[in-house]
Ligand binder design. Sequence first.
Ligand code: KMH
Ligand code: ZN
Length: 275
Amino acid sequence: MKKLIITAAICGAEVTKEQNPNVPYTVREIGIEAEKAFLAGASIIHLHVREDDGTPTQDLKRFQACVDEIKKRSPDVIVLPSTGGAIGMSNEERLQPIFMKPQPEIVTLDMGTMNFGGDKIFVNTENTIINFVEEMNSRGIKPELECFDKGMIDMALRLHKKGHIKEPMHFNFILGIIGGISATPRDLLYLINSIPKGSTFCVGAVGRHEFPMVTMSIVLGGHVRVGLEDNIYISKGVLAKSNSELVEKVVGISKELGRDIASPYEARLMLGLRK
Ligand code: KMH
Ligand code: ZN
């Protein structure tokens, strides 16, 4: 089986130090967490950034400072910035990371609107998605298609037919968010069976669902995402000491199952990214 690409979602926009003190906020903390995750086996860092007090931001300067710090420590790692940001941010704010220099190789593209627990709604209208992907296309940035439900795959296929989303498509399925698809083997298979041949896919899931779902993806030939953005526990009731602990755990599972881990170079080849 092809090698496993591990993405570490090290920071997120919603999780806080009150929930797990190891969530990174400062530029230095983000650089250290990314480096530790890379050394543990992650080839991609999915990045949100914060102000020093933990407030989520998509500010270009802050993003640039964090990416510069990550690249100073781990020059080869692939940084995959979020264009989802945090609930309630404007589209203009969310798009800021695509203007970094050097520009990112790949960024997230969220494929639909959804409830996000409580009164929160994560808004991504069809026109927003088209505007975002055309900004990416014009710069040669690959979109990672974030799908939290089956209808979001259908939106990706629709926008592919209309010429906005190019092949080969790379999907990221995140399961188990309140308002999205449930994190069950049945639903993960449904998602995987709904994407075109020749696509690549990555699987993540929130909380206790993270490791069962990523293990399924390892077995089924997909890639995986772990990290404090999605799950703050290394095992039941035990907080993860670092993102690297979550990466080490998935590396162990993958090796037990006979699947080797991709380097950033190998991940770039598999995803068709330019260096
Ligand atoms: N923070 C969520 C509202 C992405 O990175 O593109 C959106 C999110 C998806 O995390
Ligand atoms: Zn994210």
